[in-house]
Write a protein that binds this ligand. Structure first.
Ligand code: FAD
Length: 368
């Protein structure tokens, strides 16, 4: 088949593009280096439970069009993300809200909670925060910082909070209502039956061929010659042979365990906010879909330093990396037949709704 496009990567970005191109009669080849489609939103069914292989994924958006778009490919349930924090066995509601403040200090009204936070902020006497610790304390006071932020953040970044720049937490969501809904968005949920079906449906057209376990770099030069247009959703620095250096990421390790019990932690997401517990959170997958299976599956999430060859999860968008990305972006702009997209192509943390939005914007530019 003569293809119009090569799409590198079968994640959400590449799949939305392939789907939209096929709808317009274009022939698309998708190559994927993993042995499954769907990128990081991949879910696999184990023991009747949809396991989020690459970390907990909760769909949320304020954009009605994107919500309706994604609902074409799956029915969503009414899951609301309400994570809890476990600090040395004490349980607190997240995001920081009246339930959290009541448990911490026994306060009952928003006024009392505000007064408590103000009192702690004033006692700390921080004028100009010089690092993440000072920034957090100046925003929410010492108690919340010590119990719910410090250990978690230090594990996440692998560095002391006093050595992390203040800009990492510009704002901290503090809510003076008894509301445990983590997101403020209008629409939220989990696809009933998991995320993989969404990508399966996107790639189901006869005009799309998918080849798994195929790394673009095995045949880069041939692909560039053979395909009139390429949509590339892999790492942008790798595409250019790391000529300006390596963009940095934080990585994660997942430990998944099947347990012979019905309910392990009573919630989909529990954050471990002390410094001693080596993982940052435990996901209990069945709770995303209100499962009643006899067994349960949990995943412990361990943050780790990234090195070439590891899964790149979170871009480290500090000044040095952003500058390097800009230089790669300039090279990309000189390749009129290659479109760079997705979280790795743009070196940007994107939520799912943002990746769909970005892919649809590219589609619009390409076809209209
Ligand atoms: C731990 C974690 C939790 C998250 N939680 C949420 C959440 O709750 N809500 C939310 O909205 N978003 C969440 N996200 C973000 C979400 O995962 C992304 O928005 C989305 O997966 C990005 O899609 P993508 O297509 O850009 O990238 P990816 O899903 O990474 O897809 C890129 C694909 O390209 C393939 N590829 C790369 N290089 C090559 C190559 N050389 N050759 C062939 N194939 C290649 C990769 O294998 C991959 O399959 C989370 C992300 C992480 C890491």
């Amino acid at each position: 088949m003569e293809y119009d496009y090569l799409v590198v990567g079968s994640g959400l970005f590449g799949s939305v593009f392939a789907y939209e191109a096929s709808k317009r009669g274009k022939k698309v080849k998708v190559i994927e280096k993993r042995n499954h489609i769907a990128g990081n939103i991949y879910t696999e069914n184990i023991e009747g439970i949809n396991v989020h292989r690459y970390g907990a994924h909760i769909f949320h958006t304020n954009n009605k069009e994107i919500w309706e778009y994604v609902n074409r490919f799956a029915e969503f349930n009414h899951f609301i993300n309400s994570p809890i924090a476990n600090y040395k066995g004490e349980i607190y509601n997240l995001p920081f809200n009246m339930n959290t403040f009541n448990k911490l200090w026994g306060v009952v009204t928003p006024e009392e909670a505000k007064a408590k936070i103000e009192e702690q902020k004033a006692a700390a006497g921080i004028d100009k925060p010089r690092n993440l610790e000072e920034q957090a304390i100046s925003l929410v006071g010492t108690d919340i910082y010590e119990k719910l932020i410090k250990g978690y953040t230090e594990k996440q970044w692998g560095r002391k909070a006093t050595e992390l720049p203040a800009f990492i937490i510009k704002r901290l969501p503090v809510r003076f209502t008894y509301d445990n809904n983590y997101f403020n968005d209008k629409y939220q949920g989990i696809p009933i039956g998991g995320y993989t079906q969404i990508v399966e449906k996107m790639l189901s057209s006869d005009l799309i061929d998918v080849e798994l376990e195929k790394d673009f770099f095995e045949h880069k030069e041939e692909y560039l010659k053979e395909f009139p247009r390429i949509v590339y959703t892999g790492m942008i620095d790798q595409f250019f042979d790391y000529q300006f250096g390596t963009l940095e990421y934080r990585s994660l390790e997942f430990e998944t365990i099947i347990l012979d019990q019905e309910n392990y932690q009573g919630n989909a997401v529990v954050n471990y906010t002390d410094a001693e517990t080596p993982f940052t959170r435990i996901i209990e997958h069945k709770h995303f879909e209100f499962g009643t299976q006899p067994k349960t599956i949990i995943t412990k999430e361990y943050p780790k330093k990234w090195k070439k060859g590891d899964e790149p999860y979170y871009p480290i968008n500090d000044e040095k990396n952003n500058e390097m990305f800009k230089r790669y972006r300039q090279l990309a702009d000189q390749l009129p037949n290659v479109i760079f997209g997705g979280r790795l192509g743009m070196y940007k943390y994107y939520d799912m709704h943002q990746v769909i939005g970005a892919a649809l914007a590219v589609v619009k530019k390409e076809f209209e």
